[in-house]
Design a protein around this ligand. Structure first.
Ligand code: SF4
Ligand code: F3S
Ligand code: FES
Length: 246
């Protein structure tokens, strides 16, 4: 009888390493999991933790591609585990933590710490010139197309996939990455942000900002939210070039 409908036995190779254990060395550990219909890597990892090894470290909050905490290398490619169906992958699946970020252990990294540093450095919030906010003041209307463009960029979930897949950051860790440039493009477009182009130039008119990006394109390929990262980096680069040539 054909075994076409038999569930696959998935071989899940996980990179195990706890940097807090003095004698621990990085090593691969294989788990065999029976595939189920509609199975995601979120389900796989929970099954491993429940039935094979409850010490396995990995991060999840929302299971719906919203919180950005489950980024990892899936067969060498950064992606969200909760949005990855095993049916799209071969029988052998290799999981490793995202590079660039500090390792907590196994598949868990401090991406939040990196993102906080980047957000503080680039001051990713609206800068008004008002000393105090007046809650009774009616906000200036915004063109719906512009609001839509800003909203599109606000969909970034800070998952770190674009950071982990960027060769520039691998060579220069101070580079702010596509995630940082996307955020500054978002604030630059927003008429409520009163920073001048010169102030933006101070932040990203350098090798750690727009002029460091080597257009390697991994960021846009890997972004699970399919953000238009390339066109926004190009937009900022054009704007910063004008400032630089003044
Ligand atoms: Fe993730 Fe995309 Fe945001 Fe990068 S830009 S952190 S890949 S959602
Ligand atoms: Fe990196 Fe994306 Fe630029 S992958 S080099 S930020 S195009
Ligand atoms: Fe939230 Fe995957 S668990 S994005």
């Amino acid at each position: 009888m054909s075994d076409i409908h038999m569930p696959r036995k998935l071989k899940i190779d996980v990179l195990r390493y706890d940097p807090n254990l003095p004698n621990e060395k990085p090593h691969m550990q294989r788990f065999i999991i029976e595939e189920a219909h509609g199975m995601t890597l979120y389900v796989v990892l929970n099954e491993i933790r429940e039935h094979h090894d409850n010490a396995l470290k990995f991060d999840f909050v929302c299971r719906a591609g919203i919180c950005g905490s489950c980024g990892m290398l899936i067969n060498g490619r950064p992606g969200l585990a909760c949005r990855t169906l095993t049916s799209k992958l071969p029988d052998l699946i290799t999981l490793a933590p995202l590079p660039i970020f500090k390792l907590i252990g196994d598949l868990s990294v401090y991406s939040g710490e990196w993102m906080r540093g980047m957000n503080e450095r680039l001051e990713t919030w609206i800068h008004t010139q008002e000393k105090k906010s007046d809650i009774n003041k009616i906000e200036e209307p915004m063109e719906p197309e512009l609001a839509e463009e800003i909203y599109e960029l606000d969909r970034c979930i800070e998952c770190g996939c674009c950071v982990a897949g960027c060769g520039t950051i691998a060579m220069r860790e101070s580079f702010v990455g596509a995630v940082g440039l996307n955020k500054l493009a978002r604030y630059h477009l927003d008429p409520r942000d009163k920073r001048s182009d010169d102030e933006y130039f101070e932040l990203i008119g350098n090798e750690d900002g727009v002029f460091g990006c080597m257009t390697l394109l991994g960021c846009e390929d890997l972004c699970p939210k399919e953000l238009p990262l390339q066109s926004k980096i190009a937009y900022l680069r054009r704007t910063m070039l004008k400032v630089g040539m003044k």
